[in-house]
Design a protein around this ligand. Structure first.
Ligand SMILES: [Zn+2]
Length: 315
């Protein structure tokens, strides 16, 4: 059966090699093709299978109508969780001496940009409940607590064991380890930063996001902006599963009971960002500073590498 878009249902789909949009032949690609052949011949070990979870021997199904892309592969039970645990050392946490370092919170460029983007939409009076999904240090919870004091109740979803004491120290409640999970309540503000592109199945996650957001409540989503430039250059995809444009993210949220408050492309234009990502080891301090200033800005930049979006749950 010919594939169709998971969001707009269009059948106008192209296959783009994962991590190799420009279809180049290099050592990395050859290694992956050989590995895929070995695994296909039944010669693969568990180690090899983990290495091949995200691989240019598979494709992204890229919708040419709305721009949404999805990595074309299925995962076995527990495979992804095992990969993320290894890759992100989720048990790590933050050294205790840094727990109260507020510069760690306010000095973080993306957090500055996200706070500037959402804070004016948060309730001006009364108490409200906030949930940060895939929270790690949950800089947003700490900013919200600093700004709103006792008015805000902060909860997080976080799989990493290393953060539990840190949350207790900051009065942040651990609501669950994974999402979707039964949270037994609704939140007035749900925050997700560079998380949605990693989930395995979009449909149940968006359904659960709506269920977890109170009617009239807000949901913030920040993901990479995977526009036409993104797919025409060999951006590193790994380990993303979903690839959004402002149109496809907005459409997906609408289908699940949200309306857009503001969807902004921002930071560094993708054509420049590609060069920046390719030279991460060689960047000058000034180049890094410029990138941080752009990430911290709420200025709209057409073709910017970040999608910063706020949605309201419709009653
Ligand atoms: Zn589509």
């Amino acid at each position: 059966m010919e594939p169709s878009c998971g969001i707009c249902k269009s059948g106008n789909i192209e296959r783009v090699p994962y991590d190799n949009h420009e279809r180049k032949l290099n050592l990395y690609v050859v290694k992956h093709h050989v590995g895929a052949w070995l695994a296909g011949a039944g010669l693969g070990t568990g180690w090899l299978k983990q290495r091949l979870l995200f691989t240019p021997s598979k494709n992204i199904l890229h919708c040419l109508a709305c721009g949404y892309g999805r990595y074309e592969r299925t995962f076995e039970e527990g495979e992804l969780e095992c990969y993320y645990r290894r890759r992100y050392s989720l048990a790590g946490g933050l050294p205790k001496e840094a727990w109260d370092d507020f510069d760690y919170v306010v000095g973080h460029a993306k957090t500055q940009g996200q706070w500037a983007f959402v804070s004016r939409h948060l309730p001006v009076s009364g108490g409200f409940k906030m949930l940060d999904i895939g929270a790690a240090a949950s800089r947003m919870s700490r900013l919200a607590k600093d700004h709103f004091g006792g008015r805000v109740e902060c909860s997080v979803i976080e799989p990493g064991d290393g953060w539990l004491e840190y949350y207790r120290h900051h009065g942040i409640e651990l609501a669950g380890r994974f999402f979707p999970s039964d949270l037994g309540g609704e939140y007035d503000y749900v925050h997700t930063s560079h998380w949605l592109e990693h989930v395995e199945h979009l449909e149940p996650v968006l359904h659960a996001l709506r269920k977890s957001t109170a009617a009239g409540g807000l949901c913030f989503i920040e993901v990479p902006n995977c526009d036409a430039t993104y797919f025409s250059r060999s951006f590193p995809d790994s380990p993303h599963i979903h690839f959004f444009t402002s149109a496809s993210l907005t459409a997906a949220m609408r289908q699940h009971g949200f309306e857009a408050v503001q969807v902004t492309e921002c930071a560094m234009v993708n054509s420049e960002y590609h060069g920046y990502r390719c030279r991460t080891a060689l960047l000058t301090a000034e180049e890094q500073r410029t990138a941080e200033i752009l990430e911290a800005s709420v200025e709209q930049v057409r073709g910017g590498n970040l999608l910063r979006a706020l949605f309201r749950a419709i009653a």
